[in-house]
Design a protein around this ligand. Structure first.
Ligand code: XLS
Ligand code: NI
Ligand code: NI
Length: 434
């Protein structure tokens, strides 16, 4: 059965008017010695592609899913796998991500849920070998079920904490069974609504121990994939502990976890945190801790996680400048953690949405490369700090200066002459390329 009524999407170039073609994503085209495909490492999320009904707080789902019988049966879960792989194949997307509860139903008890997972993982394994598709990362859904309403690894209940640990243990084992390249922790309910009922220190200690147990378990089972933390400041919790890159890095350092985790940065979470994506990526890269990217975008008129498909070329350019600057993503990729608008209910809208996201990133990559090759921007940035390349500035850079030596220098040199920051000129420069 064919559910996506379109051919395999191919590159036809910028002048094509065919809506079922890439205008910019030419997977084998080489940029800085590497194919576009290898730069971009696109991934599709099982939860949005297969499971998102497009419900919102005011109404039920609208998405048409003719393949889904709406039941919690394993058969239904197995059917979805075929549909998902039809989608990946048509899109030419080589990686995917899942939550345990996206791929298999949560049944009456943990053992039954685990058995259901095993059945689906077996099928996913077959599909992966058949197609060469790889699992970018797996994760456990520790936020939907009512038991997690007060947190999972930060729940005030030890019983819930144990349940969450059991769920993560199994999800890690499934990820490992599928040769997953990574495993993500997004703390949806790991936070609080009021400090009146919350012992923050105790909850954070529990969370840290939870992550240490995950690191230990990975060793035990031989899982060598990357561990990612995905920051988000709020929603569903009022205050989430992993609020942004800086907060996550601080937590990881405080609890001696920093060597075991990198960050998975999502654009819409950055904007919810009051930052730009560029800021969040830069903070992570400065610490050598950018692992992967959830490639979506938000709506600046709406204050929640709208998880839209990335269409903003400035944004994709900034992201790809950062990725090129760090020498490329290693185990991570660009995961479209994005959903269609509620109005876009047809299965084929999934295809249009991903074509748009892939082309926006391909353009971002080409533009970022052109800006780097041009060299004016990096030259300006280098020259702006030139006074630190010699003399008193160099003393600062190599930590040789003291307050006394700087005081002597300042008295002798008189009032500093400052060069312009030239923001507008630099914005004009970027626009030359967009
Ligand atoms: C939700 C998060 C979630 C994670 C995976 O806002 O983005 O989808 O990526 O749990
Ligand atoms: Ni995400
Ligand atoms: Ni999100």
């Amino acid at each position: 059965m064919e559910y996506f009524k379109c051919p395999k999407i191919q590159y036809e170039g910028p002048t094509s008017k065919n809506p079922f073609s890439f205008k910019h994503y030419d997977e084998n085209a080489l940029i800085e010695g590497k194919s576009m495909k290898d730069h971009l490492r696109f991934a599709a999320p099982y939860w949005h592609v297969m499971r998102n009904s497009l419900a919102d707080p005011f109404g039920d789902g609208t998405a048409l899913m003719p393949w889904d019988d709406g039941s919690k049966s394993i058969e239904n879960a197995l059917n979805r796998v075929d549909v998902f792989f039809e989608f990946l194949e048509k899109m030419g997307i080589d990686f995917y991500c899942w939550h345990d509860r996206d791929i298999a139903p949560e049944l009456n008890d943990l053992s039954a849920s685990n058995k259901a997972l095993d059945a689906v993982v077996e099928k996913l394994n077959d599909k992966q070998s058949e197609t060469g598709v790889k699992l970018l990362w797996g994760t456990a859904c520790l936020f939907s079920h009512p038991r997690y309403s007060q947190g999972a690894a930060t729940s005030p209940s030890a019983d819930v904490y144990a349940y969450a640990a059991a769920q993560v243990k199994k999800a890690m084992e499934c990820t490992h069974a599928l040769d997953g390249l990574g495993y993500t922790f997004w703390g949806g309910r790991e936070g609080y609504a009021t400090l009146l009922n919350t012992n923050m220190k105790r909850e954070l200690d529990h969370l840290a121990h939870f992550l240490h147990m995950a690191v230990d378990h990975a060793k035990k089972i031989g899982f060598k994939g990357a561990f990612y933390i995905e920051p988000k400041p709020r929603e569903p919790s009022t205050h989430q502990y992993d609020s942004d890159s800086a907060a996550c890095l601080n937590f990881l350092r405080e609890y001696n976890l920093i060597d075991h985790f990198t960050l998975n940065i999502e654009t819409n979470h950055a904007t919810l945190a009051g930052h730009t994506m560029e800021h969040e990526l830069t903070v992570a890269i400065n610490a050598g801790r950018l692992g992967s990217i959830d490639a979506n975008q938000g709506d600046e008129l709406i204050g929640w996680d709208t998880d839209q498909f990335p269409s903003n070329i400035y944004l994709t350019t900034q992201v790809m400048m950062k990725v090129l600057e760090m020498g490329g993503l290693k185990s991570g990729g660009l995961n479209f953690d994005a959903k269609r608008r509620r109005e876009s209910h047809d299965p084929i809208d999934l295809i249009y949405a991903h074509i748009g996201g892939m082309d926006a990133f391909a353009r971002g990559l080409k533009i970022a490369h052109a800006i780097r090759e041009d060299g004016r921007l990096s030259k300006f940035l280098k020259e702006r700090y030139e006074t630190f390349d010699s003399g008193i500035g160099l003393d600062v850079d190599v930590s040789k200066s003291t307050f006394e030596s700087l005081e002597q220098y300042a008295i002798k040199s008189g009032e500093p002459i400052l060069a312009s920051g030239r923001q507008e000129l630099l914005e004009n420069l970027i626009n030359e390329f967009i």
